[in-house]
Design a protein around this ligand. Sequence first.
Ligand code: ZN
Length: 63
Amino acid sequence: MPRKKQPRRCGCGCGQMTQGGEFCPGHDAKVLSAIISRVGGVANLRLLVEQTTERPLIIDIKS
Ligand SMILES: [Zn+2]
């Protein structure tokens, strides 16, 4: 049985309701770019994530 999609407040903080996902369409990308901007780039974000999770990120370029 498919789970019923429950509208909820968008995770970006805009106050709109979603169609059942975490974000309204495109708003997750806005959050991601704000995060990347705050930490000063993707490389810094990677460092932050690796330090926080205490695990190196393994990047598979081929897939
Ligand atoms: Zn939003």
